[in-house]
Structure formats: C-alpha cells, structure tokens
Design a protein. Structure first.
Length: 949
C-alpha cells in the first residue's frame, strides 16, 4: 500500500483546492524555494495519519493549520490522501477487498464564529429593513403631504376650501347651518326627556318612602340572618381542627401501620437468622438483678467500619457468642439455675484477664506497615467503658490488616510477632500457621446484627410516629365532632339566608328601589348627553362663523396662499426625491446583506452536514479504537497473568528447592534411623528365631523322647521327687534356676530395648518415605520443565537477537558504504564480551579501523547515525518514509549517495523526500516543485525520464 494522491484545501499555505497526483510507489522528491510550502505537504501527511504532537507539524494548535488561521475567509482545512491498495498481500486487515483507501481529516475554524457571523448579518439585514421601512413611511408621508398641498392648490384655484376638496365654501356653510339646527333639535328632545324622568323619579321616590317601614323590617331581618352566618363562620375558623385533617391523619396512621408490620416481619426474620446471638435465661434466684448480665459479646459491640466485619468476626471466633456478666457468682448462678437452653461460655468482668498488645508493639507495627494498614482489632469496635476488660480479652491481641503483605509483616516480624487477620478473613499466626481461602458469608453475624439494629431503630422511629398520630387523632376527635356540627349549622343558615334574600328581592319595596335606581341612571345619561350636544352645537356655530369669515377673506388672500402652496409642493417633491434615493440605497444594501447571509447560512449548513458526518466517522473510529484498546488490554492482562504465573512458578520452584533439600535431609535422617532399626530388628529376629528354634528343638526333642521312651509318660509324676531317680536336689537345681533367671533377665532387658511396634512404625516411615520421594519426583519434574521452558525462551531470545544483530549489521555496513564509498562499518561486541552484553560501532576507512568515533568529522558522524537509523528501520520496513531535508548539512556528493542508497536498499517502501539539492531529487522517480504565487502555494509534477525502483 502506498500514497497515490494528496488533496489539500485550506491547509496552511494551500488556500484553494490543490491536488498532488501521481505519487511514485518508490521514490518521490519535493523541492522548491524556502517558504513555498514544500514541507507543508509532509505536514499534511502527518496530519491525516493522526499526529497528536502539533509541534512536529510546526503548529501550536489545530487552528493554525487553517489558511491564515481563518482570517482570509477560509474557515476550514481539509486534507485527503488516496492510498493504492491493489497489492492484497500488503493490505491492512479488513480492507483486502478495496483497491483504494481514502483517508480525510478536516478542521473547521471555529464554527461558533461562523454562527456569530450569521447572527451579525441577520442583525444588519434587520437594521437595514428597519431603516428602509422608516424611509418608506417618510416617503408615504411626503406623498400624502404633497397630494394634500396639490389638492389645496387646486381648490384655491377653483375657489374651494382646503379643508374639503369636494364642496365650495358656500356649500360648507349651508351644511354647517343644517348641523346647527339638528343639534338644537336633539338638545330640545333631551331636555324634554330629562323633565319627564325627573317627574317620574319624584313619584317613584314618594312611593318608595311609603314602603320604608316594611323595608326596614326586611333589612333588619336580613342583617340578623347575615350576622348569624358570620358568627358560625367565626366559630368554625376559630377551631384548631381543619377540614380534611382527620382524613389525612387516618391515612398516615394506615400507612404507618403497614410499614411497622413490614419492619416487624423484617426484624423477626433477622432474629431467626441470628438465633445463636440471642441469650435467654430464667432468673436463677428470686429478685435477680438482670443488669448483672450484660449480654452476648456480638450484641455489646458496635462496628465502626463495615468493611472490617469479616476480619472482626474471624478475630473473635467463638468468643463472639460468649456471655458477659459482672462476676463469677452471677455466672455460677446462671449455669446452675438459669435454665439455659444451650451451652454457653461466660466471661466474668471481675475475673477475666485481658490479653492486649503492648503499646510498644503497636507502635512497631505502625512504623513497619503504616497506621492505615494495621489497626488493633479493639480499636475498630465501640463498647461501654465497663466492658473494657471483656473486649480486650476478645479483641485485644490481634491486628486487622488491609493487605496480605501487611498481615505477614505483622505476624512474622520478630519485633511484633502478633496474630494478624486480613479484611478478607485470612489468619496469620507467628507460629507460621496460615488459615484462609474461601470464606462464604464472612462477617454475616456482625452484618446481620448491624441490619437488625437499623431495622429495630427504624421500627422504634415509626412506632413513635404512630403513637404521635394516635395522640393527635385522640385529641382531634372531640374537635372533629364540634367542627362537623358547626359546619352543618353553617350550611343550614346559609341556605336560610339565600331563601330570605330571594323573597326580599321579590318584595314591592325592592322593585320600587330598582326602578328608582334605573330612572336615576337614565337621568344621568340624559344630562351628560345634553352637555355633549351643547358643546357640539357651539362647535357648529363656530364653524358657521369661520366659514362666513373665510368667504369674506377668500378674495383677499387667494394669491398669497397659492404661492405658499406652490413653495410647499416644490420642497415636498425635493424631499421625496432625496428620500427615494436613500430608500433605494437601503434596499440595495439590504439585498447585499441578505445574499451574504444566505451564502453564510449555506456554508454553515454544508459545514454542519460535514461536521455531522465527521462526528459519525469519529464515533465509529472511537468504537474501533475502544475495541482495539480492549484487545490490547486483554493481551496485556494475559501477558501480565502469564508473567505473574511465571513468577509464581519461579517462587514455587524456589520453595520446592528448599523443600526438596529439607526432604532430602529428613530422608537421610530417616534412612539412618531405618538402617539402625533394620539392624536392630534383624538382631532381634535372629534372637527370636534362635529361641523359637531352641523351643522347637526342645519340643521336638521332648516329643521324640516321649515317643522313644514310653516310660516318660508313665513316670512323669515322679519328676522332682526326692529319693527317686528324678530328685532334682541331688542334681543341683540352683544352677538351673540361676541359669533360668539369667535368661529371664536377658529377656526383660531385651523387651525394654526392643520396640514391639517397630514393624508398624517401619511401615509408616516407609510410606512417608515413598510419599516424599513421589513429591520430590513431581517437584523435580516441574522444575526440569520450568528450566527447560526458561532455557527455550532464553535460546529463542538469543537466536532472535542474533538474527537481528546480523541483519542490522549487514544493512548498516552496506548503507554506510553506499553513503560514503571506500568505508566500512559494523556493529560488534566489546572485546571479551558477547553480543548479549552490548554492541559497539566500528568504522574503517581504506581498510583501517578507527579506534574512536571522535576521529570522524561532523558530516561523517551524521552519515553514520543516518545509516544506523535506516538499518534499524530496514529490519522491519514500513510502507512509507518521510524525510525532510536530511541532507541539509551534507555536501552534494553525499546527497547523491543518499538518493542511490534509497533506491538500492528500500525497494518495497515509498519515500517522500523534501530536499533543496539536485543530487537528492534527481534520483527520484517523481519530482514535485512548489511555488508561492499571490500568497498561495502551488505544486507542479515532473516525471523522471527512466523511473526505477
């Protein structure tokens, strides 16, 4: 895969869309004057490929990559690279079916500025429209004024009034006199109506006064009934009981009862789960003081940190269920007469001997692992002061540690040497005994007690609230009854008042009062109408007088008015022309603003659509990146897991080695003991066999004697009798007794020295020996496999390093010889060392090897460094290399050699080189020349006559 084409638009010095086509798959060069934009092409490649360090593309932020930072109307920078992917063997994973791959990256210069520009344009358009509207209105006003002046001018010419273009002054005078007559007629009619209303009002008022007594009685009755209603309202409002209060309390009571029942069920379930913690007993004596029995240890403590519950439960162990009492006498009474239902251990406070860690040891533990990593179990629980000795007995001799390492340090350190427990419940004892592993339900008892305490607290809280509600309901019941009675009274009185008001309204006095009120209103309206008509009549009379005067003065002022009107018409026309010109300018400016706004809006919509598609691409790429990161993390975890397994196997192997050595020592001791026991057993077996043989011989001899000598059976009873042939006195039996005792003593001494269980012990020792030998063989096999694996890995590492060294060394020498003919270079180990210890750079000129690189010139050292870098890159070649003026410090001959070297040693990679020297770019297959024209970079492509690989 190689770069086929680059398209730049708005990127750095490339303001307009610039396509750089036809990249050669192998060797491309870019040249041009300083500042013409040749390095910007390399920057664009780095930009598209996702560079994050912007200093490498000579920018402080992404906005600097936009042409003139967006100040020249270009608001985005876009770079697209088309990769040729026709070679399926070198395609990226998942893109084998695509012959071309296009990668685009774009920067939009502050879209918020674009939106602000749109808003500014909209404001300018609005202001322009408002100005145009004002000018239009002014033009319309001037037009109306002009028309009025022209009409008045024509009217003056025709002898008409300027106030009315349709009638002459005489006609207007006649109309005004008719209007005066009509106004006077209406005025007379209104005065007649007023006199009639006044007459009727007096009559109705007299009738109303005659009904006054009846009206006063009705009014008094109405006031009385109204006061009764107000009195009941005041009594109702003065009650502390409000409407709906009882229903709300009853609703709260029902919800509290339901919640209390649920909490009771929960407490009951928790009590069933921790039945072992419940301690029930009967009073051992009459009038027994139950305060002497403090309770079970588990219920007497309060855990400060819930994360330590498992460790504290393991620390306390069975002591967690011990019962604390004040003295041993109380304990005896409970055990003898307390009718206990289960076996219990009692802790008397006056006799218990607390076992606590000395302060010196506590300080040592804190110094060793830190205050947060090791805490005395006693400090993690709360309790009453009187229970201190019992709590020290249960929790005072153990440290609770955060980590396994801290627990080991505390348990096995000689200065501390104290029991320790981890938060997971693993126990470390100074004797070396470790207890741990799976601990299902660790800390359940303390956690259940904690939950029980919370549940009981909530239950007590809600029971208290229920009691308060019950008290409120009880207090409210009498008030509620009174409230309901008053409410009923109020409803009855209001209904009665409403009926009485309806009857009063149908009364004759009420009707007369309404009629009087209506006549008074009509009279007021007539009087106000009389005033208006009088004013109108006076106005018409004034108009008649003015018209008569105008008729008299018309002939005298006609010429002056005509000149004045002509002057006004001329001024108005001039103002209209000026205003029309301004209006036209405003309309042109508005159209320009509208067009600019539409262009900006169109650009914004285009940019937003591009931004949306880019965000979608970013999201897709982010998902792919997350997947790849997850894969990398998984591989890292697998590597770490394998590394940890390898480390654990090595640790296990070391432990096995020490175990094997101890087993071998024990085996040697057992073998010595076994050989001694075998020897002793053999001796004893020989003695037993000898005795058995002698016994058998004696028995056989006796049988033979009896069989041979029949008289023995008949004379057996005579053996040992005196005076017989079998008198043993005469035959010295003492010697025989001494010999017998001697033999018996020898037998008893042998019984003390000979272990009768030696055979069973021997078999057991032999089984243990065989088991140890089997374990030893297993460990040795594992050890050999691990050693073999390590040796194989070391061998592979050596082979890989050797292959890498040989390959890089050959390429290093070849590249350096190409860059600097007549020289040689190599990488070799220091004298007396192997290539695994390190490599040194050696250089030879004319077959003479230099002792130090300081003998080389600056240019030679630059070529040497470049050769080494390219040799390392050549070990695993990349598909693309970018070189930016690497030949700047070299002379022309060396520059030519770099071009030859690239063509010779990198046939499968694409090079894009920026250079100012002909020796470099003349070797390129394709040459791009950049120019800077009118502030914008351009690119021209040139193909070499004979492109080569």
């Amino acid at each position: 895969m190689y770069i086929k084409e680059i398209c730049l638009e708005g990127f750095k010095s490339y303001a307009t869309r610039t396509v750089v086509p036809g990249f050669d798959p192998f060797f491309n060069a870019i040249t041009g004057l300083n500042g013409s934009g040749k390095s910007n092409i390399l920057d664009s490649i780095c930009f598209v490929l996702g560079i994050t360090n912007l200093q490498q593309v000579r920018a402080a932020n992404l906005q600097e990559l936009v042409y003139k930072q967006g100040q020249a109307g270009i608001t985005k920078a876009t770079v697209s690279i088309i990769f040729d992917n026709s070679d399926r063997s070198r395609s990226p994973l998942g893109y084998e079916d695509h012959s071309e791959i296009t990668v685009t990256r774009q920067i939009i210069h502050n879209i918020e500025d674009l939106r602000q520009s749109i808003e500014d344009k909209a404001i300018a358009v609005q202001k322009s429209e408002e100005g145009a509207a004002d000018l239009k209105k002014r033009v319309e006003d001037l037009s109306k004024s002009l028309e009025e002046h022209e009409r008045e001018h024509q009217a003056v010419l025709a002898g008409k009034s300027s106030d009315n273009e349709e009638k002459c002054l005489e006609d207007q005078l006649g109309d005004a006199k008719v209007a005066v007559g009509a106004a006077e007629t209406e005025l007379k009619q209104l005065k007649t109506k007023i006199s009639h209303c006044e007459k009727e009002l007096g009559e109705k008022t007299r009738q109303l006064m005659s009904k006054r007594v009846e009206a006063v009685d009705v009014e008094n009755e109405l006031n009385s009934r109204t006061k009764g209603v107000e009195k009941v309202k005041i009594e109702l409002e003065s009650l502390p009981c409000k409407e709906g209060q009882m229903e709300a309390l009853q609703k709260d009571r029902a919800s509290e009862l339901e919640l209390i029942q649920k909490l009771k069920d929960g407490v009951r379930d928790l009590l069933a789960q921790i039945a072992n913690v419940q301690f029930t007993y009967c009073d051992p004596v009459k009038n027994f003081d139950r305060s002497k029995v403090k309770g079970v240890v588990a219920k007497l403590i309060k855990v400060k940190d819930s994360s330590t519950m498992t460790a504290l439960e393991v620390t306390a162990g069975g002591k967690l269920f011990n019962v604390v009492v004040d003295s041993e006498n109380t304990g005896k009474q409970l055990l003898q007469n307390g009718d206990l239902r289960r076996r219990v251990t009692i802790i008397p406070l006056n006799k218990i001997q607390p076992n606590t860690v000395p302060p010196r040891v506590q300080q040592a533990a804190i110094r060793l692992v830190g205050k947060e990593n090791a805490k005395l179990a006693l400090s993690l629980v709360g309790y009453d002061k009187e229970l201190e000795s019992a709590m020290e007995y249960v929790f005072g001799a153990t440290f609770v540690c955060k980590t396994t390492d801290a627990a080991k340090e505390v348990a096995f350190n000689r200065e501390i040497c104290t029991h320790s427990v981890t938060l997971e419940g693993d126990i470390f004892q100074p004797s070396g005994l470790l207890t741990g592993g799976s601990r299902r339900g660790g800390g359940d008892v303390l956690r259940q007690l904690h939950d029980l305490a919370e549940a009981e607290s909530k239950l007590a809280e809600h029971q208290k609230r229920l009691s308060e509600i019950e008290v409120k309901i009880a207090d409210l019941l009498p008030l509620q009854k009174k409230f309901m009675d008053l409410k009923s009274q109020l409803e009855l009185k209001m209904h009665d008042l409403s009926l009485f008001q309806n009857r009063a309204e149908k009364n004759e006095h009420h009707k007369l009062a309404e009629m009087v009120k209506s006549i008074e209103q009509e009279l007021e309206q007539a009087k106000s109408a009389v005033k208006e008509k009088q004013i109108l009549c006076e106005k018409h009379v004034s108009t008649v007088l003015e018209l008569e005067k105008s008729i008299r003065d018309h002939d005298n002022n006609r010429e002056g008015r005509l000149k004045d009107l002509e002057r006004k018409i001329k001024a108005t026309k001039a103002q209209m022309q000026s205003t029309s010109k301004d209006l036209k300018g405003h309309e042109n400016e508005r159209e320009r603003f509208v067009m600019e706004r539409e262009a900006v809006i169109q650009e914004q919509s285009s940019l937003e659509s591009q931004l949306a598609s880019l965000r979608m691409q970013i999201n897709n790429l982010s998902l792919e990146v997350q997947e790849q990161v997850a894969k990398v993390d998984s591989l890292k975890k697998n590597r770490d897991q394998l590394q940890s397994e390898l480390n654990s196997i090595r640790i296990k192997m070391k432990e096995c080695d020490s175990q094997i050595s101890s087993i071998l020592k024990e085996q040697q001791n057992l073998q010595h003991k076994l050989s001694d026991l075998k020897l002793e057993r053999k001796k004893l077996e020989n003695e037993v066999k000898q005795m058995e043989r002698e016994q058998k011989d004696c028995s056989t001899k006796v049988d033979k004697l009896i069989e041979k000598h029949a008289w023995i059976a008949t004379e057996w009873q005579l053996f040992g009798r005196g005076g017989t042939d079998y008198d043993f006195v005469s035959r010295d039996p003492h010697k025989a007794r001494e010999e017998l005792e001697k033999l018996q003593a020898e037998q008893s001494s042998l019984e003390k020295r000979v272990n009768k269980k030696v055979m069973a012990m021997f078999e057991k020792a032999e089984d243990e020996h065989n088991d140890l030998m089997s374990k030893k063989n297993t460990v040795e096999n594992d050890k050999s496999k691990i050693k073999k694996t390590i040796e194989e890995l070391d061998e592979k590492k050596k082979e890989t390093l050797k292959v890498t060294w040989v390959k890089v060394n050959n390429d290093f020498g070849s590249i350096f010889s190409t860059l600097l003919p007549g020289t040689m270079a190599k990488l070799e180990p220091p004298e007396g060392c192997s290539f695994l210890d390190g490599l040194e750079v050696r250089v030879a000129f004319g077959g003479v090897w230099k002792q130090s690189l300081s003998e080389l010139s600056g240019g030679q050292r630059s070529l040497l460094a470049l050769s080494l870098i390219l040799a390392l890159l050549l070990f695993k070649p990349a598909p693309l290399y970018i070189l930016d003026e690497v030949d700047a410090a070299l002379d022309l001959s060396h520059t030519q050699n770099i071009g030859r070297m690239i063509k010779a040693h990198f046939p499968h990679s694409q090079f894009i080189v920026v250079s100012l020297k002909e020796g470099m770019f003349n070797n390129a297959n394709v040459l791009f020349r950049t120019k800077f024209v009118d502030g914008v970079s351009t690119v021209q492509r040139t193909v070499a006559s004979k492109p080569s690989r």
